[in-house]
Design a protein around this ligand. Structure first.
Ligand code: URA
Length: 242
């Protein structure tokens, strides 16, 4: 691949803008030697050695990142309000292949959100067959009755306007009005609808882990790139709640 294509695919600018930057000598190798628009990736320079204005390039296609999604931002590109893409470098929204969220969190849900440009990986994570645990903590409006864990674990709960029952889910009581819920699927507003089905109401909701990956040191609004070992942790089972 020519370097001009690589760098415009990474969202740094249009081919015209990137051509101008090559002419200005902004694209170099790690030793500061100027690289050219027609130079070939892997022949004239490796991705890791390329610098744009002295800075290492963003990761190539196959990028995966996690964000601590704050409350009040949506997982959409089009929403007129604040969107999660506003929390990332603007060029990430211009990448080809495009960066997408791995499933969604509601505007009023905070917590661990994954994004990737790798469509195969995205489908492996969201596929119910993969049974990757999505771990939520919910604060509820009313006291838990004590029956919820058995009902949610039964694999028979049918949500309104759905045609198939929910897969078994694990519930751990954390307090009179607080619970941790582990799901292996991701239906629309699933946690809120599950508690609504038992006559309760979710007042606040956070996703604390996906598979074996948790929020770690991230603070709301922060994000970090995932390394290969982080991606492996996604496919490891989260700690069981019982
Ligand atoms: N369940 C919900 O109700 N909302 C979310 O954002 C995620 C799971």
């Amino acid at each position: 691949m020519k370097l001009i294509k690589l760098i415009s695919n990474l969202g740094y600018g249009s081919r015209k803008q990137v051509t101008a930057w090559f002419r200005q000598g902004l694209v170099t190798d790690a030793e500061g030697e100027v690289l050219y628009a027609d130079d070939q990736l892997g022949i004239h320079a490796e991705h890791a050695a390329i610098r744009f204005d002295g800075e290492p390039l963003d990761p190539p296609a196959g990028m995966v990142l996690m964000m601590y999604k704050p409350l009040g931002v949506t997982c959409s590109r089009k929403d007129p309000g604040r969107v999660i893409y506003d929390l990332l470098p603007p060029r990430f929204s211009l990448r080809n292949p495009a960066l997408s969220t791995v499933g969604r969190l509601d505007r009023d849900t905070s917590g661990l959100l994954l994004l990737t440009d790798d469509g195969g990986l995205l489908h492996r994570i969201i596929s119910p067959k993969a049974e990757i645990a999505k771990v939520y903590e919910a604060e509820l409006a009313n006291d838990l009755s004590g029956d919820e864990a058995t009902l949610f674990a039964a694999g028979t709960l049918m949500l309104e306007s759905e045609t198939t029952p929910l897969a078994p889910a694990q519930l751990q009581v954390l307090g009179p009005r607080k619970a941790r819920l582990v799901l292996t699927e991701g239906r629309y507003h699933q946690v809120r609808r599950m508690f609504a089905a038992v006559g309760n109401h979710v007042e606040s909701l956070q996703r604390v882990a996906v598979g074996g990956l948790d929020l770690g040191e991230l603070q709301p609004g922060q994000w970090r790139l995932l390394e290969a070992q982080d991606v492996q942790r996604l496919f490891m089972q989260a700690a069981s709640v019982d």
